[in-house]
Design a protein around this ligand. Structure first.
Ligand code: SAH
Length: 362
């Protein structure tokens, strides 16, 4: 078998690794030892696991590779705060992941859950490229490990599932990757808190309902982008399958069940969804979604559209942005107008597509 066909150590849960080690007659404490090397020290070679017996290292190397992701390009934005990696997988497919550093000690990894995406949102570069395949849990986890390795001591503080792909269309692997990344440091895991993780969905209603049942404190973002079915079906085609009344109801039920705040994502597109009518309709949807009288648990995240090759629309000017915001403000809807980041290296929301023209500046 070629190394491309071997399982990666990041593909294994602790239970699977324990089972393999038991078969080899190894003591149970080796699981934690190995995980510390993988999830806390981010080693690149099994031989760096210096507290393991030589024979065990040889066995591990015979049966597993450490990782399946090969970085083929790294780009850094002009302001230096955003970095983007292009990774190649053993089958030749490619995914991107982004690191965003903020002054206030926040360092966020934006990771991909699929190679391409089947949702076909018109303004999204990943949607424009179509769907190739789901990522395995280990392939999702490894993106975080690569970024964490680069950061070293200045640790990663947040993870967002907002890269390529629709997380709820790859539900099981995404959940498995979250379980692995939130395994406590005391158990040898990466140990990031669930509250530091955000998952963004295009609005797959069965996914939202299933997610509400998970015993996890992960943040949920829902990509709304339009407040009428007519418009939403044009730019987010999955709306024809899960229209707004079903989506807002599922989101409401999710909030009621989990008591957690949800974000509605809205890429502002000039003269498409930045009109006052859309803003007013959005206010209505937020009110319908929020199940609480005493607090608003629906937050609106406005992102001025990032340019993509396959879509002609563009971000509205400041005046139009503020006009839209003021409708929300007057209605008392909590919102954030996000600052665009990493646009010069196509690392902004919806710009990831594993371009074939490489640019390496590091
Ligand atoms: N499939 C998931 C996650 C990936 S995209 C989802 O749809 O939520 C992460 C966010 O970026 C989504 O809200 C998506 O709609 C938004 N986005 C996509 N293309 C964009 C663009 N060109 N400009 C700004 N935001 C965009």
């Amino acid at each position: 078998m070629t190394s491309a066909g071997l399982l990666s150590l990041y593909d294994l849960t602790q239970a699977q690794l324990a089972e393999q080690l038991a078969q080899w007659g190894e003591p149970a404490f080796r699981v934690k030892q190995i995980w510390r090397w993988l999830y806390q020290r981010f080693i690149a070679d099994v031989d760096e696991m210096t507290d393991l017996p030589r024979e065990l290292r040889a066995r591990l190397k015979e049966h597993f590779v450490i990782g399946r992701l090969q970085p083929v390009a790294v780009q850094r934005s002009r302001d230096r705060w955003t970095r983007k990696w292009l990774f190649r997988l053993p089958d030749g497919s490619e995914v991107e992941a982004v690191l965003m550093e903020y002054d206030g000690n926040r360092r966020t990894a934006c990771i991909s859950s699929q190679v391409g995406c089947a949702m076909a949102c018109s303004f999204c570069a990943t949607g424009q490229m179509g769907f190739m395949r789901n990522l395995r849990a280990g392939e999702i986890v490894e993106q975080v490990i690569w970024i964490a390795r680069t950061l070293g001591q200045s640790r990663l503080t947040n993870i967002v599932y907002m890269g390529m792909g629709e997380p709820f269309a790859n539900y099981q692997s995404v959940m498995e990757s979250i379980k692995r990344l939130t395994t406590p440091a005391s158990e040898g895991g990466f140990g990031i808190g669930a509250r530091k993780i955000t998952l963004s969905t295009v609005g797959l209603v069965p996914g939202i309902r299933r997610f509400a049942e998970e015993p996890l404190q992960i943040n949920l973002a829902v990509s709304l982008h339009a407040a009428t079915d007519e418009l939403r079906s044009q730019i987010v085609p999955i709306n024809t399958r899960y229209p707004l009344h079903e989506l807002t109801k599922a989101t409401r039920d999710y909030i009621r069940k989990t008591n957690r705040r949800v974000s509605y994502e809205w890429a502002l597109i000039e003269r498409v969804n930045d009109t006052l009518e859309q803003a007013r309709a959005l206010v209505e949807l937020v009110r319908q979604t929020n199940p609480r009288d005493d607090a608003n648990l629906v937050h609106v995240n406005l992102i001025p559209l990032n340019p993509t090759q396959g879509y002609a629309g563009h971000a509205p000017n400041l005046k139009r942005r503020y006009a839209f915001c003021s409708v929300l403000e007057r209605a008392g809807i909590p919102f954030t107008l996000r600052v665009r980041r990493g646009i010069d290296i196509a690392a902004g929301c919806g710009q990831l597509k594993a371009e074939t023209t490489r640019c390496t500046d590091e």
